[in-house]
Write a protein of this length. Sequence first.
Lengths: 325, 554
Amino acid sequence: MNRRDYLLRKFGLSIVTIFVVVIINFLLFRVLPGDPVRAVVGRNVRISAETQRALREQFGLDKPVFPDQFFDTLGQWAQGNLGVSWSLRRPVSEVLMSKLWNTVLLIGLGQLLSIIFGVILGLLAGWKRKTAIDVGALTFSLIAWAIPTFWLGIILLAAGSTWFGLPTGGIVSPINVGKPLYTIIPDVARHLILPTFTLTILYLGEYMLIMRSSILEVLSEDYILTAKAKGMSHWQVLWKHALKNAMLPIVTLIALNLGFTVSGAIYIETVFSYDGLGKLFQTALTKQDYPLLQGAFLLLAVSVIIANMAADVLYAVLDPRVKES
Amino acid sequence: MKRNLLYVLVLVTLLLSACGGGTTPTVVSATQPPASGGSDATLKIGWIGKPDTLNPAYAFLTESYTIFDLIYSTLVTEAADGTYEGMLAKDWSVSDDGLTWTYHLKDGIQWHNGGPFTAGQMAWAINAIMKDPEGWAASANYTGGFKEVTAPDDKTVVIVTEYPIANMDYRTSFLYAVYPPDFETFTTSADLQNFTNFAAIGTGPFKVKTFDKDTGVLLLDSNQAYFDGAPKIGGVIFQTFDNTDAMIQALKVGDIDLVNEVPASAFETVKGFENVTASAIDGRYFNELIINSVDPNNDPAPTGNPALADPAVRLAIAHSINKQDIVEVVAQGLATPGDTIVPPTLGGGFWHSPNVKEIPFDTAEASRVLEDAGYILGSDGVRAKGDLRLEFRLQFPSDSAVYPRIADLMAGWFAQAGMKATPEAVDPDALVAATTPAGDYDLVLWGWGPDPDPDFILSVMTTDQFVDGGWSDSGYHNPEYDQLYLDQQQIVDKAERQKVVWKMQEMVFNDRPYIVMYYEKMLQAYRSDRFAGFIESPLGIESAQSLLNVTAVK
C-alpha cells in the first residue's frame, strides 16, 4: 500500500468515526434523565407552565426524538449550522470559537512546557540512572502526577496571589476587558502564569516517567553498545541513537493529549475562573443544552481524530518499520 | 504570527516567574493601591455566576435582576424596609374601585444616552409585554390582569386593570423602563428572546460601559445625570468567579471589594480578614421538608407511603425535627429556625403570620402520638398499623451540600420515634419529575427563595400548580386554601389582605405539606478599608439603594 492509499484509508475511516460519534452523541444526551427546559430555566419563579410549554416547542422537544428531532439536527448540520445554544441564546459555533482559543492558549502552553521539561527530566533521569538526579526527578514526578488537580490549583492560587500579587482569576483584568489583544499582552500573561504553572506540574510527571522508562529500554539495546564501541561520545549516543527511538511512546502520548486539549481542563479552568471549553462542557451538561453539547462533542471528536491521524503520520516518519508494514 | 509572538512573550514571562519562584518569597503588594477617595473610585464585586442576558424579556437568572436593579428604573421599587416607594413615580394612587392606577413621574428623568424619558415610553414598555406575553416570558406574570396602559401626558402613566390587583406595587417594581428603540424591531418572540441587550440603555443610577458575554465581566459607570442624585462612586465592576475559594482569596488580597454571597463554610474565615466587614442578615430563602400530600385520586396515582396522609404521623414527624440543631450543626448558626412558608423578611415582616405555635422537638411525644394513633413498635424498631409501616424514602437534590447532613440527622431522630427514613440523593431534574406530577416520593428536602410579595410562595401550595411544569411539589390540595389564594390576589387593602395571607400560612403550617426547617441568612462581605455606607437589608448590600449610599474611604 503506498502512502497516498494509506492516508486516504485513514481519512475515510475518520469520517466514518465522526459520523458514528455524532449519532451516539445525539442519542446519549437524550437518554439522560431530566427535562432540558427545567434545566435551562431552573427552579424559577418567573416561568409559568405555559411558558415552559412554549419553550419546549421552540426547542423542538415536543416532537419525537426519532425521526423528527434526529433529522432536523442532521439537516441543520449538513448546512454547516450547529444551532443556537438554549442556555446562552447564542450560536453554538460562535460560543465554541470564543472559548477554543482561550483553551488552546492555556492547555497548549501547559502541554508545551510540560513536554519540554518532562522529556528533559526523563532523559536526565534515565541517563543518570540510580543517581540523586534520577531519584529526585522520579520522586518529584510521581508526586506531581498524584497530586489532586483542584488542591494544587488552590494552593498555588493562594500562594501566588498572596506573595506575588498574581491575579486570582480570569483571563484579563476586568478593566482591560474589550481592549485589543496587543495592548493587554502583559495582563494576559500575568493571568496565565498560575494556571499554566499548575498544568505544567500536573502533566510533567507523566511525560517524565514515560520518557525515563523509554530511554532506559533503548539504552540497554545492542546498537547503543555498538555506538559506544565505535567511540562515540555520551552526547552523540544519546542524541543520535537513543533519543529518536525513545521518542516513539512520547509522540503517541503527545498526540493523544493534544487531541484532548479542546476538552479543556475543567478543574484548572474552574479554580482559576478561566473562560475555556472545559467549563463550557460542564455548563452544557448541567443545563442539558443539547445543541451546545452536540457541538462541543463534535469538536472534541474531530480534534481527537485529527490528533490520532497526525500521530499515525508522524509515526510513519519516525519509524520506517510502520511504513513498510 | 501574532499568536507566535504571544506564545513567546508568555513563555518568557512564565520562565521569569519560575526563576523568581526559587528565591525567598517576598511580600509584595497584592494588587493596585487601594481605591483613592473621591467619586472616581470603582467598586469591584465578585460573584459566582453571571447574567444570562440584560434583556428583561427573557432573563431568568438572579444575577440579571441584580444588574437590572442598577441600570433600569421602575415606577415603584421595594425599599430596604420592605415597603414600596416611588422610583420613576413621585406619587401614585388607585381609584376607589381598585381598577385604575395613576402614576405621576418625577422631573428630570433621562436615558443613559441623554434623551428625555417620557411617560409614553413607559407605557410602551408595559404594552409590549401585554402584546407578546410569550416573547416577554420573564415579565408576563407581572402584567396578568392588565387591561390598558396609557400615557395621557408626558408625566403620567395610567394602568387600568380587569380586576383589583392586590400586589400592584410589587408587580410594577418588576416592570422595567426599557429603551423602546432597542425593542421595537423584533417580529417574532424567538428574535426578542435571543436579543441579549448587552449594551442596555436604561434610566438607572449606573450605565453599562462594557459587558463581556464570555467572561461575564461587566463594567458599569455612574450615571451622573441620575434623577435622584448621582452615585458617589465612579462605577461598579462585576467579576465572575467559578469557585468560591478563589473568590474569597480575591477579597482577602483586595482583588475585589465586595462578595455578595459568602458561602456559609467560609463565613467565619472571612470575618477574621483584616479590613473586611462581614454581614449576616435575615434573608428570604427557606428550606423545608416536603411531605407527600398528593390526592390519592390523582392521575397518575401517587406512590407515597399512605401513612403520610395521617395527621398523627405528620405531627410525629414535626415533633421529630430538631430545627435548632439543624441551624447550629448544619447551617453553622447562620440561619434561624423556620415555621411558615412566608419568611419574616417579606414586606419587612408584614406578611409573616405570628399566630403559629411551634411544635417542639420531642421524640418521646412523637412516640406517644404514634402509639395513640395505633402505630405499634415492631421488633425491628419500626412502628406499623396493620400493613402501614412507618418507613419512608427521604430524598434530596444531589447538588446540595447541606441536605445530606440534614437527612442523616433527621433519620436518627425519626428512629427514636419508631420511624425509618432512608436518605437518598437524587438528581434535581429527576427529583422534579418524581414530585410533579408523578407524586412518586415520600419525603423530600428542598428549598425556596420567595419573591418579595407573598403571592408566589402561596401559589406553590395551590392545587392548580400540581401539573406538569407547575410549582407544587407537595401536591397539597385544599379547596378552601385555593379560594383564599384567589381572594388575596384581589384585596387591595393591605391590612385586609394580611389577614388572608396569615390564615393561608397557618393552614399550611397545620396541615404540614411542608415543614419549614429554617430561614437562611444572607452572608455578604466588603472591604471596609475602601468603601463605606452600605445599607444592610434583604435587598443585599449590592442593591441600587445601597450603592447609591456608598462612598469611597478617603
